[in-house]
Each structure stands twice: as C-alpha cells, then as structure tokens.
Design a protein around this ligand. Structure first.
Ligand SMILES: [Zn+2]
Length: 285
C-alpha cells in the first residue's frame, strides 16, 4: 500500500490496520454467509484471503449473496475475489475450487491460515473442519441461520480455552434453544438424520431474507475480527475481547425466541466427554 492511499482513512482512528498485514483468513464456503463475512473483513483491513468453494453463482443466490447478476454463472471464488479486490486492490486472494468433504489438502489449507471462517451449509463439512481445526489448534468461527431466518447463531472455537462444535451441540441439546429449531426447511429431524447418514454432499439451505441473515453474518464477522485480534502480538485497543464464544440471536418472536432481537450468550468450556476435544489434549499435553 502506498502512503498516499486513503482507502482506510475512515477507520485509521479505530486501529492500525497494518497490524493485519500478515493475517491470513480461510473462507471455507463462499455462499451468502462466507461472502458477506469476507466483504466485512476486507473492509476492516484484512488483506490475505483463501477462498474455498465448488459452486457457481446461480440466479437464486442473487438476492442474498454479495455478488449480483453480473456474476451469474461464474465460480463463486472468482466472483467474491472480484468483489474483494474492488474494495482493496492490494488484497491477496488465493482460490481453491473444491468440496470440503473430499479436498485432500484441507488440513494444509487450515494450517496455513490464522483463522478459519466456517461458512458451509451442511453438518458433515462443519464437523470435518471442526475436527481438523481442533486437531491443529486453529481458531475458527462458524455461524448458522435458522429456518425462515427466524434467527441464528455464531460460535468461535478458541483453542486451549473454549469448547468445540461437538461440545456445543452436547450443551445445546440440553437447552430450549434446540427445541423447534431446524436449519433445513421441509425436512423432518428423522429425515435429516437419514440424509446426513448417507453423506449427501449438499442440502438446500433454508430460506430467509437477506436482512435477517445480515444480523448473523455481522455477528460472524465480529467474532472473526475478535479471533484475529487474539492472535496478534499486540491487541488493537478498539477491538475489545468478546467474553463469550457463542451467541444465539432471534430476529423475531417465533419459538424458541420470545421477542424481536432476542440475544442469549454462552461461554462454552470444553466438555469432558467430547471425543473431538480429546484429540486436542492428546496431541498437545
Ligand atoms: Zn469438543
């Protein structure tokens, strides 16, 4: 970046974006969630991205994705790259056209990044990344939007202190927050289990307004900035640490949420009987 570049002039008072110069972020999934988080990050001064996705942009994506009609038919990794470079031509973008479930170098891609943005739309890929990140003590942040955009959740894995995605499910299974929430429309819990058991790669994601999803992607991006800041030698003053590692957000008063903008938070610790977290402690005792 040249000294007279005013791109980040409006946020320079908040923190020194030069602190982000070497930070590398892996965007695992470039759909509406991953692309929105990537856009927020590049506009926050993050410069080094690896984009991973296997899909092309379809017409039904346009009302929720950061890329509009002009990118129809293009690979999402190319379309998102173009959008990121439009905001910061000095960004460094690597691209991987692959499916998370069968990409052989997934572990290397994780190891080479500082923070993983987990933005896929199905459980098998989330759990594969959860396992690889825990094994390699790599911070990741995942978010999900619930059916019809009634709300969603964001979770940050913090190696060494917080629980993992499997821990989270164990804890949530005992709360009201899993009661009535399904991520996938028109599929019963039983059917979903069956489908996942068959390892079908992709399941149609849940409908929801871009507006409703944007609350979740904002939390997602904010947790990613927090994860980045935790890894810096010097924490930027205005990026105050987020105490909790999980939030659940209700957009409107639909069960299990009681009101509009209903926020609950949890500080999740590793669960004693978590098989995934056991791999972290086994490898690093
Ligand atoms: Zn765990």
């Amino acid at each position: 970046m040249t000294n007279d570049d005013q791109t980040f002039a409006r946020i320079e008072a908040l923190f020194d974006i030069e602190l982000f110069t070497d930070v590398k972020v892996l965007i695992a999934g470039c759909g509406s969630g991953g692309s929105s988080v990537a856009l927020q990050l590049v506009m926050s001064g993050v410069r080094n991205f690896t984009l991973l996705d296997k899909d092309t942009l379809q017409i039904e994506n346009v009302i929720r994705h950061v890329c509009g009609r002009r990118y129809l038919g293009q690979r999402k990794i190319d379309a998102v790259e173009d959008v990121l470079l439009d905001r910061n031509p000095n960004a460094n973008i690597s691209k991987i056209e692959a499916d998370i479930m069968d990409y052989r170098d997934m572990e290397s891609a994780i190891i080479e990044s500082d923070v993983v943005v987990l933005a896929t739309d199905n459980e098998p890929s989330r759990y594969r990344l959860n396992e690889l990140c825990v094994k390699n003590r790599k911070p990741f942040v995942v978010a999900r939007v619930f059916t019809r955009g009634i709300g969603g959740e964001a979770f940050a894995y913090r190696p060494g202190s917080g629980g993992c995605l499997a821990c989270l499910e164990m804890v949530l299974a005992r709360t009201t927050f899993r009661d009535g929430i399904k991520e996938i429309d028109l599929v019963s819990e039983e059917e979903r289990q069956k489908v996942y058991g068959m390892e079908i790669e992709e399941i149609k994601d849940s409908p929801g307004l871009s507006l409703d999803i944007s609350f979740i992607t904002s939390f997602h991006a904010r947790f990613v900035l927090d994860a980045i800041a935790r890894g810096l030698p010097q924490r930027p003053k205005y990026l105050i640490p987020i105490d909790e590692n999980y939030i659940i957000w209700g957009n409107r008063p639909v069960h299990p949420f009681k009101k509009h903008f209903h926020l609950q938070r949890i500080d999740l610790t590793p669960q004693k009987n978590c098989a995934v977290c056991a791999t972290e402690s086994a490898a690093h005792v």
